[in-house]
Write a protein that binds this ligand. Structure first.
Ligand code: PFF
Length: 453
């Protein structure tokens, strides 16, 4: 059967950007920036993106496009022996593992979009938002229902195929996301007292920068770019041979970073507008589902049309960001199952969806009926989150980098990245240096640092 391709290069960029722009951009990056030195953190982050993230992204693109197959197959073909082929399988596993908990949060974003649109936060006191969230996630049925709906939506897009599914929806969803981000950022910046929020986000404070901050910037860059888990490699297997790899990767990095910074412009002006201490808003779920609904109500007027509109758009934005990332994670596993086991795409997708429904349900229930199941002081959800983010992801990035730097034939690498001599590649030596030394050493240092703590 003929393998599908993306129909246009814009479609390819938007699909890859859809994978990169996700919850990480909105619920982690702004807070990390604000607390770790503002513009100083942004500069370090951008350096991590350029020096560490971009080379790995280009390599993943190259590996996918060259082999035109799923991630596990790609590494098998290129490793030519047994030694390196497990990297591909590990990437697929990591992507699937992340998907299992990511979709649970996707369900939460749908629920909060619904609550915002129906003005359900009207009348909730500032101190009660924590209870609203905790009661929701610990309820055995409600989060489960939203989670199932979110998984089915992802499944629906995947089964439509590459062009009519992933590409088509990326072309609709990504511009929508961009318009919402800009609208919300502009509205937020126009609030009284917003300038203090902008200052908090952007004022460079180098005294806050230490090794921990650099490590955080690096981890965030990897996660945010969706590298190390087969997403970009799988998407690139649908690229045309003429797609300029380095340029496409650069576009994705720019879009991803821009959205992350704009998310800061949405959050902090509102936080400062109501005089809240930005160090107390929390991060991740507590920021997004406890602090922010309160912030939006207070800054825009409780129950007012503006607060309904603003918070509905904000949660819808999160939903879209999570959906396009979940689609890319699902595709990694679907391509793997269907191609490696010779199944139809449809059947492959069903198998992935069923496994995600089972494991995701366990993650979802781990805030309620299954909360007693703990390992290393973590519930099932946190185990999935931490194991993938803190261990599988950095190891994956490190080995992809070593593979691309040491195992891949240099000439093959150069031919592919220059499209057989059509494109200039003045950065080539720096790229190889980064892959061989800078990235593996940087990740090893982070690991040792974590162990010694
Ligand atoms: N990059 C996404 C985010 O920032 O939320 C998360 C993600 C998606 C990670 C896809 C990994 C991945 F393969």
């Amino acid at each position: 059967m003929k393998r599908e391709k993306f129909g246009t290069s814009l479609g390819a960029i938007l699909a890859a950007a859809g994978s990169a722009v996700g919850l990480g951009n909105i619920w982690r990056f702004p807070i990390e920036t604000g607390q770790n030195g503002g513009a100083a953190f942004i500069i370090i982050y951008i350096m991590c993106i350029i020096l560490l993230g971009l080379p790995v992204m280009i390599s993943e693109f190259l590996i996918g496009r060259y082999t035109h197959t799923n991630t596990a197959g790609a590494y098998r073909i290129l490793s030519k022996g047994k030694k390196w082929r497990w990297i591909g399988r590990m990437s697929v596993f990591t992507g699937w593992f992340i998907l299992c908990y990511y979709v649970v949060v996707g369900g939460w974003t749908m629920h909060y979009t619904f609550l915002s649109a129906t003005n359900a936060f009207n009348g909730v006191k500032s101190t009660e938002f924590g209870d609203v969230f905790n009661q929701f996630v610990s309820n055995p049925w409600q989060p489960l229902l939203w989670f199932v709906l979110f998984v089915l939506l992802t499944h629906f897009v995947i089964t439509r195929g590459v062009q009519s599914g992933i590409e088509r929806y990326s072309k609709i969803l990504m511009p929508t996301l961009f318009i919402i981000v800009v609208f919300l950022a502009v509205s937020s910046v126009m609030l009284p007292g917003a300038s203090a929020g902008v200052e908090f986000l952007l004022r460079p404070d180098w005294s806050k920068v230490d090794s921990t901050v650099i490590i955080e910037a690096m981890g965030q860059a990897f996660y945010s770019l969706s590298i190390g888990m087969g997403c970009l490699c799988t998407y690139a297997s649908y690229f045309e041979k003429s797609t300029p790899l380095a340029k496409t990767a650069l576009h994705v990095c720019v879009i991803d970073t821009m959205i992350a910074i704009l998310a800061g412009f949405i959050i902090f002006p509102s936080v400062f507008n109501i005089g809240m201490n930005p160090n107390e808003v929390g991060v991740g779920a507590s920021l997004t589902f406890i602090s922010l609904p309160n912030v939006f109500q207070q800054s825009l007027g409780e129950g007012s049309l503006m607060s309904v509109l603003f918070s509905t758009m904000f949660y819808f934005l999160l939903f879209v960001a999570a959906l396009t990332s979940a689609i890319s994670l699902h595709e990694v596993a679907t391509a793997y199952v269907s191609e490696e086991y010779n199944l139809t795409r449809h059947r492959g997708a069903v198998i992935v969806t069923v496994t995600v429904l089972v494991l995701g349900a366990l993650c979802s229930l781990s805030f309620g009926p299954l909360s007693d199941i703990q390992l290393f002081d973590r519930n099932i959800f946190s185990m999935f989150d931490d194991l993938s983010g803190m261990i599988l992801l950095p190891i994956g990035v490190m080995f992809i980098s070593l593979f691309a730097g040491w195992r891949l034939d240099r000439e093959l690498y150069h031919n592919e990245i220059s499209n057989h001599g059509d494109l200039r590649t003045p950065y080539f030596r720096l790229l190889i240096f980064s892959l061989r030394y800078a990235i593996p050493i940087a990740i090893a240092v982070v690991f040792i640092d974590q162990i010694l703590r």
